[in-house]
Design a protein around this ligand. Structure first.
Ligand SMILES: Nc1nc2c(ncn2[C@@H]2O[C@H](COP(=O)(O)OP(=O)(O)OP(=O)(O)O)[C@@H](O)[C@H]2O)c(=O)[nH]1
Ligand SMILES: Nc1nc2c(ncn2[C@@H]2O[C@H](COP(=O)(O)OP(=O)(O)OP(=O)(O)O)[C@@H](O)[C@H]2O)c(=O)[nH]1
Length: 442
């Protein structure tokens, strides 16, 4: 079972961003070299009483008239219904009950999704409770008073959220079939790839960006082995302003990537690799998933003996945070190299779950330290005592040192390269935690 998704829906100015920040806290600061992904606070990881969930903010557009507000709220609510396990429907005790609140409440009620009615800006519970009762009129359950800015009532609200999580949420899936998410900008050929892999036309593929349908999990059998493809093609919501479409596409990508072992980041060869591709790839990287960059429409470009190298160079530059990612050049149109994708997926999954024995790791570390002296500062030199692998998916290592401050990013990167030289780990990120240990308890 993957991490549950909680979505916030509500009118402008009710305090969604404030609650988002209160819940996400510092955790939203993500790896610095991943471009753009969370700067605009579309989603964050939240940890409450040892339960983890992904929080998404479905809103964020400045509305200018009543009609626009309502239509945007419907849109937000629809995104929440499509993607979330629990919906936080946020209202504002100061604005009181508004017509659009009732309309959205009707929509949420019909969806049969768990909804928690949050009444914000109740900065003083004693004085303001009578105003909160008015919200019972929405008919979607008990209003939960909070003050996002004063951080009152948030714990009780989160308890209610957690109560809706399915048993075992956030834990390892029993199903051990490889799960592969196909992500990428509109029109790069996601649907076409999956149709080719399945061998029949499953969905309508069209020339207009954003015209297909919602994500579907598809089972594909290759050489007698089952795979589950999670595909985000078809941002079928038309006539959207660019920002909104992008927000929606990021939410969809996040929720698909969350459920996957390996992510195929599809790029259009004819367009080349763009910043938007980097944003999407960054989501897979942040989450420590296996990553294969699939350069599609390889049939559509003119090639000579340098083309592949030039493409690779370009990709490595724009996606510099993903040096470990595998790259494949395919064509959904002709089927070129698509069957090879399965071998690549198998390899990446093996690498994601590879465990290296502690003895071997420490040999590598000792040798690496002998070859390149660890950094020092003010006469104090970094000492590395011990390394051990503590987790897989992604492979995660803990290094015990004398002083954390002395462990430079570049030295960690150097050790990572040494480990990769020995074991490859192609297609997967590696995580490192640095812990201090006093010399005497070594
Ligand atoms: N008194 C009070 N004000 C709050 C509270 N929470 C948020 N606000 C204020 O309400 C205003 C709107 O808050 P935001 O968090 O930006 O609201 P939002 O829903 O994200 O707004 P949009 O981005 O327009 O959708 C800000 O001025 C906040 O300071 C609260 O608990 N009490
Ligand atoms: N030449 C060429 N065209 C392709 C290839 N793959 C897809 N296309 C075309 O690219 C367009 C978009 O393909 P889709 O599969 O709908 O793309 P998508 O990524 O699923 O798009 P959305 O549903 O908008 O997210 C269609 O016109 C396809 O025929 C390919 O390998 N070569």
């Amino acid at each position: 079972m993957s991490k549950p998704v909680v979505a916030i829906v509500g009118r402008p100015n009710v305090g969604k961003s404030t609650l988002f920040n209160a819940l996400a806290g510092e955790k939203i600061a993500i790896v610095k070299d991943t471009p753009g992904v969370t700067r605009d606070r579309i989603y964050a990881e939240v940890n409450w009483l040892d339960k983890e969930f992904t929080l998404i903010d479905t809103g964020g557009i400045e509305p200018d008239s009543r009609d626009v507000i309502l239509s945007q709220m419907r849109e937000q609510a629809q995104i929440a219904i499509d993607t979330a396990d629990v919906i936080l429907f946020m209202t504002d005790v100061k604005q009181g009950l508004v017509d659009s609140d009732s309309k959205v409440a009707d929509m949420l009620r019909r969806s049969h999704k768990p909804v928690i009615l949050v009444v914000n800006k109740v900065d003083n519970f004693n004085k303001m409770m009578p105003d909160v009762y008015e919200f019972y009129n929405l008919g979607i359950g008990d209003p939960v008073p909070i003050s996002a800015s004063e951080r009152i009532g948030i714990g009780d609200m989160l308890d209610k959220v957690l109560a809706y999580f399915p048993e075992g949420a956030g834990q390892e899936e029993e199903d051990d079939r490889p799960r592969v998410a196909i992500v990428g900008k509109p029109n790069v050929g996601k649907s076409s790839i999956i149709n080719r892999l399945i061998g029949k036309d499953r969905v309508i593929v069209s020339d207009i960006a954003g015209t297909t349908r919602d994500a579907i999990d598809t089972e594909v059998v290759h050489n007698g082995k089952e795979y589950v493809f999670i595909d985000t093609a078809g941002l079928r919501r038309k006539n959207k302003i660019k920002e909104e479409l992008e927000r929606y596409s990021i939410i969809r990508t996040v929720t698909a990537v969350e459920r996957a072992d390996v992510v195929l980041v599809v790029i259009d060869a004819a367009e080349g690799v763009t910043e938007q591709d980097a944003k999407i790839a960054g989501i897979a990287h942040e989450r420590g998933k296996g990553v294969i960059i699939v350069v599609n429409k390889w049939d559509a470009i003119e090639k000579n003996d340098k083309t592949t190298r030039e493409y690779e160079h370009q990709i490595r530059m724009v996606l510099s945070f993903l040096p470990y990612a595998e790259i494949m050049y395919v064509s959904a149109l002709t089927g070129q190299r698509l069957p090879k994708l399965f071998d690549m997926i198998d390899t990446v999954i093996e690498n994601q779950t590879l465990r290296v024995a502690t003895g071997v790791l420490n040999e590598i570390m000792t040798e690496a330290v002998a070859m390149q002296q660890p950094p020092s500062d003010k006469g104090k030199r970094l000492k590395l005592y011990y390394i051990t692998q503590v987790a897989v998916k992604p492979p995660t290592f803990v290094i015990f040192v004398n002083d954390k401050e002395l462990m430079h990013f570049s030295y960690t990167r150097y050790l990572e390269n040494k480990i990769r030289e020995a074991f490859g780990f192609r297609g997967t990120s590696l995580k490192f935690f640095i812990r201090e240990r006093k010399e005497k308890d070594k």
